[in-house]
Structure formats: structure tokens, C-alpha cells
Design a protein around this ligand. Sequence first.
Ligand code: NAD
Length: 359
Amino acid sequence: MTETKKIAVISGDGIGPEVVAEAEKIIKRTEEVFGLSFTTEHALFGGIAIDQKGTPLPEETLKVCKSADAVLLGAVGGPQWDNNPKELRPETGLLGIRKELGLFSNLRPAVIFDCLKDASTLKPEVLEGTDLMVVRELTGGIYFGEKFRREGANGEEAVDTCVYNVTEVERIVRQAFEIAQKRRKKLASVDKANVLETSRLWRETVNRIAPEYPDVELEHVLVDNCAMQLLRRPASFDVIVTENMFGDILSDEAAMLTGSIGMLASASMGEGSYGLYEPVHGSAPDIAGQGLANPIATILSVALMYRLTFGYAEAADAIERAVAEVLDAGHRTADIASNKSSALSTTQMGDLIAEAIRK
Ligand code: NAD
């Protein structure tokens, strides 16, 4: 008998509830096909939580998330909350939930589906075989260092400091090596060690840890070179690990390789196997409530959850295969369709993928 796992489900705002409903359909289907067992508990977060509870991240929501094995999140935000004070903005809840759940890395896979190669701005032959994962440090670096203004010799100056300690580098680098071990066993560590002291500490730490993972082939890549190589030879990368700001930029660049924001899954991981899984896209208020949203990013986030938190590789593979099969058969939501008039709705796409899941 399979152990029952608990998933905290946060639909959020805009298209969040629409895409999460399709992901829940997929979870149900994998229970039937693979004999898995889940309980799901829904919680309020983001704009809807501001409206109903007066805060973007209610205590009750944190409790639900902390008592679960993993969190599935749709998206938060929308124009109606944009002019709120900082503590009453949905994005403030996003920073808060990461901190409260101890999430220190962000994982973004970029996989090219053969039939969508033409949706990218890169040539299909360059993209051929691209399947990479960017592992970005989330809690340190220049975004969190001391910031201030001062009077300098030539007028006002602004200072941002970049700080990393060995413990922060070690935990993310170990995680990246472990992820690489479960994939094609290649790790690119990205830094700017020719210029930055934090990068030199980063590289030293990577080199010290590397012998513990002899099966993983390691390369060091300078961040400027990595930005170029992602466009020149994306298929040669497997796992890329890097600090916060470099990761912010490179993960967006890698995302564009695939051509559609509606297809990109992500995970934010803490210690052990705990993780929060969400599509890369936002709440898309422009198409909310119209059944136009592409649910694939959220569905692929479930596959990521199965693989990284639960170790259900077979079910994860089956979800990814089902997505590929449905796309190969020519089915498209409006965002990826060349003929918009024959595009599927959010629920039609979810139904087709659920049906295509089999052992
Ligand atoms: P967005 O990702 O919501 O939308 C950008 C464009 O992509 C829009 O045209 C939208 O219609 C389209 N799009 C996005 N997801 C899609 C999908 N699944 N299917 C089809 N089309 C899709 O980004 P934005 O417009 O900059 O932000 C809208 C709101 O979302 C803002 O309030 C922002 O703060 C919030 N946001 C939240 C998150 C999050 O919850 N993690 C992330 C990014 C943005």
C-alpha cells in the first residue's frame, strides 16, 4: 500500500485557479494509474488572501504548507492590488512564503518539445536536444546585501553589497550535484571568479566538494560566457548552478529558449525533499477567467514535484510523455497555436493530457 502524501494547494489569483484545477486532474489520474495516494489541502494566498483575510500570507496558509510534503502554487497578483502599500501586496507574500518555508534554491528546467521548436526565436537545429535545468541560489548575494546611499566626491553614490558565506554555497552546490546525478551527470558552475571575491569563494567551494561526486562531470563557466553559450550550444548543458543575480538573469534567458511562458515549470527547494512547485508565468490577468490559459507549465510542475519531492520517477515520466504526446498530435492552447480558431481551452488541454497518462 502506497503511503499517503500531503500536498498543500494554493490556487492564487488570475489564471492561478484555472491552471491549478488542471494540475489536480493530473494528480487524480496518476493516483488511478499508478496507485499513488495524496491528500490535498487548499489554502489562500496572494490577492485573494488580502481580500478575504487582510494579509497576502495568512498564518493558516503557512500552517497548511508546513504540515504538507510539498506545495503546489498557481500564481498571484493583479492590477487591483498594484497600488496597495507594500505589506498588502501579493508579491510580498511570495518573498514571505519562501523565507518561512526555508526555500533556498530555485530550479527551472528548460526542455524543448520537438513539435514546438519553431516557437523559439532560435534556429531549430541549435535547439535540438536541449534539456537543461538552472539551479539558482535564492537567499543570498547582492539582492540581500546591505544597500545604502552616501555623499561621494562626485555627488551622491549608491552601494549594493554582495555577500555569500561558505554554508550557503555548499548547500546549493551539493543540491545541484545531486540533481545532476539524477540527470545526465553534467554540472556547469557559473561565476565571475576572474573579478568577484564572492565568485572566488564559490569556485573554491565547488572544487572542494566536487570529489564527493566523481560520477558528475564538472565545468566552470564565467557568467558572460554562459550567457553566450546558452544561445550557441544550449543542448550541451545539463545542470547549471549559480548565485542569485546570475541565476535570475540566466534562468530568464534559458526560459526564452522554449518559446512559450505557458510551458515552463519551476521548483523552489528547501532542505531535504521539501519543495514548492509553480509555473514560471504570473497570474495573466489579461486572459483570466476566459479558459484561454495554457495549463502545461503547472502540469509539468506536478511532474517535477513527483520526481524531486516524492521520487515517483515513473509517474513523472508518464506526465511528461503525455504532454509530449498531446502536443505531437497537434493539440494547442491559444498561446502556442498558429491557428487560434482551433485552439483548445484550458480544461480541454487538461483532459487530453490526463487521458494520455498511462504506465
Ligand atoms: P504573466 O506571466 O502573468 O503574463 C505575461 C503574458 O504571458 C501575458 O500576456 C499572459 O496572458 C501570458 N501568459 C502567462 N501565462 C500564460 C499561460 N499559462 N497561458 C497562456 N498565456 C499566458 O506576467 P505579467 O503580466 O508581467 O504579470 C501579471 C501578474 O502576475 C502581476 O501581478 C505579477 O506581479 C504577477 N506575477 C506573479 C508571479 C508568481 O505568482 N510567481 C510571477 C510573475 C508575475
